[in-house]
Ligand binder design. Sequence first.
Ligand SMILES: [Zn+2]
Length: 418
Amino acid sequence: MKLFRKKGFMRGLSLFLLIVTLLCYLPGRTEAAKSLSQLKKELSELESEQSSISKKIKNLESQEDSAAEKKEYYDKEVSLLGEQIAVYEDIIGQYQGEIDTINDNIAALETQIAVKEHEHDELYDKFKLRIRVMHEENLSSYAGILLGADSFTNLIERLEAIVSILKADRDTMSKIETMAEDIEADKSALATEVAALEEKTAAEKESKAILDEKMVELEAKQAEAAKALKEISDQISTNEALLKKLQKEEDQIEADIKKASASSSSSSSSSSSSSSSSSSSGRVPTGFLKWPLPGKTYISSYFGNRTHPVTGKKNSNHTGIDIPASGGTKIYCAAAGTVTKSCYNKAYGNMIQVKHSNGISTMYAHMNKPALYKVGAKVSQGTVLGYVGTTGWSTGNHLHFSVLNSSGSYVDPLNYFK
Ligand SMILES: [Zn+2]
C-alpha cells in the first residue's frame, strides 16, 4: 500500500513535470514558427533587392566597357601622336646638325678672309710707302735709273723694268682683293644656305608646335576618360560592396532558417546551397623564374584578394603582383619560352605573355608601348620584352606580373622565385 502510494506520487510528479515542460516548450515553438515565416519573407525581400543591384551592376559594367574603350582609344591616339612628334624632332635635329656644320665652315672662311685682308693691307701699306718715298725724292730714284741709261734701248729696258715692278705690285694687290672677294662670296652663299635651313627648321617647329598643342588636348581627354572610367568603376564597387553586404545578410537568414526549421520539424528540406571554395593545388617547380625588374623589389600589391586601385572593387581577385618602377624601365623575361600573347587589353594595357617549357606562363602588363615581340617569337630568360608604363587600368607606372599554371589559372608568382 505504502509502495503503491509512492508509485502514484511518482506518476503524478512526472505528469506535472511533463505539463511544465510542455508549457515551457509551447510558446518557444510558436515563436520559432513565427520567425521562420518572417525570415522567409525577409529572405525573399533580400533576394529581390540583390537582383535589382545585380542588374544595376550589369548596366554599369556595360558603361564601364565603353568607358574603357574610350580610354583605350585615347591611349592609342596619344602614342600615335607621340610617334609623329618624334619624327618632327628627328627632322629638326637633322637640320640643326646641318646648320652647325655650315656655321663651322663659315667660321673657317672668316678666319681665311681675315688673313687675306691682313696680307692685302700689309702689301698696300708697303706700296704706299714706296710711292711716298719716290714722291719725296722727286722720283729721283726712278729718274736716276732712267738717266743712267747708256743708250735708248737701255732706257726703254729700264723704263719697262720700272713699269713691270709697278704692274707686279698692282697685280698682287688685285689678286689678293679677288681672293678676299671670292671668300666673301663663299661666305655669303653659306649664310644663305643657313638662312634657308633655319627657315625650314622654323617651319618644322611650327608643325611640331601644332602637334604639341594637340597632344596637350589629347592628354586632357585621356585623363578625362580615365576619370570617367574610375567613376563608373567606383559605382560598381559601391554596388558590389552593397551586394556583398546583402549576401552576408542572406547567408545569416538562411542559416537562421535552417536552425529554426531543424528545431521545429525533423523532416526538413535543405534549400540553400553553399559553395565551398576549392583550393586547387598543383605540384609546380619553384625557383625557375628570374625577377623581371632587377633591383625593383618593392611590391605594392600582392596576389589574391585586395581592393583594386582603379575599379575600387573590394573583392577583386588580383591576378598577380604589382611592382612599381619609373616609366620606360626595361622588363626582362623571367624564363625562356615562346610568346603566346602580345596585344593591347583594356584592363592590362600593352601586354605580353610567354609560355615556358614546363607549361607555366608568365604575363607582363601595363607596358608603355606595344611589346617588342609578336606571338610565336622565341625569347630567352633576360630578354627585354618591353618597358614599364601605365596603359590600361592602371593608376601609375608599374609592372603587373602574373603567373598562370599549366591549366591556365592564375597562381601566386612569389611561389616561383627562390
Ligand atoms: Zn596588378
